[in-house]
Write a protein that binds this ligand. Structure first.
Ligand code: ATP
Ligand code: MG
Length: 397
């Protein structure tokens, strides 16, 4: 049974008239790995700072173990933070960087005449030594104790920062895009490492990223945010398989999102053709958004197809081909191991479980058409655009 550790209740953060968090409700369970995921500016760092105590919400409550902690300062919360630009002390070696917090002493809470009194107590040198060595073992840096931190790789420095944040055994670790500065390969390795550390130490991790793959790979729970609002909370599988609206469907993985009409339970109409699906409970003839993932479409002969279309672009992706197919002026992305050259006329088939029906929302019509796919692809490969985005992502401190 999971136990609630932190709750945000109806939290609003406003700067003058600018509402950047709009009535956030969120329950975080003890020992879970929860990820805040969303585009730049959606409010991830703001949410994290509220949990850490660096920001007080304009209205609403922050609860820890059922107690309201709105006014409790950061150092009195059992929470530590790893920022994207983790500042290690360059003049100290690995051991001393990790030991730093312990040398500041440990806070003990005692009862004196019915009053809570907090005292800083010095930690004995042997205990500091054993706790630092234990942490270095957990982050796989045993043998690096005497190494200057300036002589470490980016990934090793990141692990020192994590060891330093964990050494005084917080209940919760907040991580704000901690892998943003690392290259792809190292990032993947560190994702596994972080997950292992979190499970081994049984600490609640609240992790911020705008990388959906990272969120799906690491989390027990993913919180998808946009425009200061929570769009969906769920397991990675739920979020991917059952997106709540077109924003979530588009942000998590690739999605073709098509206008449809629900004709009956289990029957949805797109492009005037009826498809079997598993979705139920909509009104008869209710307009809906239909999500079809690129990997759920089978390419067949034109004669056998439920829909017929023309291939307009093909990109080899190693495992599969990204194939863009024009259906009646609407372009779909299909991922297939079958090579279909540009110009070929094909048919497609979709199994009932490959179709996901969603309610119409404010995001309807904004996403899920791949007409501009090749332009988007050029943008992804344009290094100047990427630089700008990364600078924007790391400006929290
Ligand atoms: N001190 C402030 N005054 C006014 N607006 C602010 C302030 N701090 C943050 N904001 C605004 O709040 C919104 C949310 O910011 P936040 O830093 O939480 O975004 P984020 O999701 O972490 O984005 P990123 O991925 O770029 O780090 C942004 O529009 C930002 O401009
Ligand atoms: Mg941020």
């Amino acid at each position: 049974m999971s136990k609630e550790l932190i709750r945000l209740s109806d939290c609003v953060m406003a700067y003058d008239d600018d509402v950047v968090l709009d009535r956030i409700d969120l329950s975080i369970q003890d020992k879970e790995f929860l990820t805040l995921l969303g585009p730049s500016g959606c409010g991830k760092t703001t949410t994290l700072r509220i949990i850490g105590g660096f920001l007080t919400p304009t209205s609403g409550d922050v609860l820890f173990d059922g107690k309201r902690i709105n006014d409790v300062p950061p150092h009195k919360r059992m929470v530590n933070t790893v920022f994207q630009r983790y500042a290690l002390f360059p003049h100290l070696n690995v051991f001393e960087n990790v030991a730093f917090g312990l040398r500041m002493g440990q806070t003990v809470v005692e009862q004196e005449n019915g009053q809570e009194v907090r005292r800083k107590v010095k930690i004995p040198e042997e205990e500091i030594h054993s706790r630092v060595m234990e942490m270095l073992e957990i982050v796989n840096l045993k043998g690096f104790e005497r190494r200057p931190v300036t002589a470490l790789s980016g990934g090793q420095q990141q692990r020192v920062a994590i060891a330093r944040a964990l050494v005084n055994r917080p209940k919760v670790l907040l991580l704000d895009e901690p892998l943003g500065a690392l290259d792809m390969r190292l990032r993947k390795d560190m994702q596994q490492e972080l997950k292992r550390i979190q499970q081994e130490m049984e600490i609640t991790f609240i992790y911020v990223t705008h990388d959906q793959e990272e969120a799906l790979a690491m989390s027990d729970t993913v919180v998808v945010m946009d425009g200061g609002r929570i769009q969906q909370v769920g397991s990675p599988e739920d979020i991917y398989n059952e997106p709540k609206n077109a924003f979530v469907a588009d942000f998590i993985g690739e999605s073709n999102i098509i206008d449809g009409i629900m004709r009956a339970d289990g029957v949805v109409e797109i492009f005037n053709r009826r498809f079997q699906c598993l979705d139920k409970g909509f009104d008869r003839d209710e307009p809906v958004d239909v999500v079809i993932r690129p990997e759920d479409v089978d390419i067949v002969s034109e004669a056998e197809g439920q829909l017929k279309g023309t291939v307009t672009a093909v990109t080899f992706k190693g495992v599969h081909y990204d194939t863009i197919v024009d259906f009646y002026g609407f372009k779909w992305l299909i991922q297939t191991t079958d090579f279909c050259p540009v110009g070929s006329h094909i048919g497609i088939k979709i199994d009932p479980d490959g179709i996901h029906v969603m309610k119409k929302s404010q995001y309807s019509g904004m996403f899920g058409d791949y007409s501009s796919y090749s332009e988007e692809y050029d943008e992804i490969n344009d290094p100047t655009l990427l630089d700008e985005e990364e600078e924007g992502a790391g400006d929290e401190e």
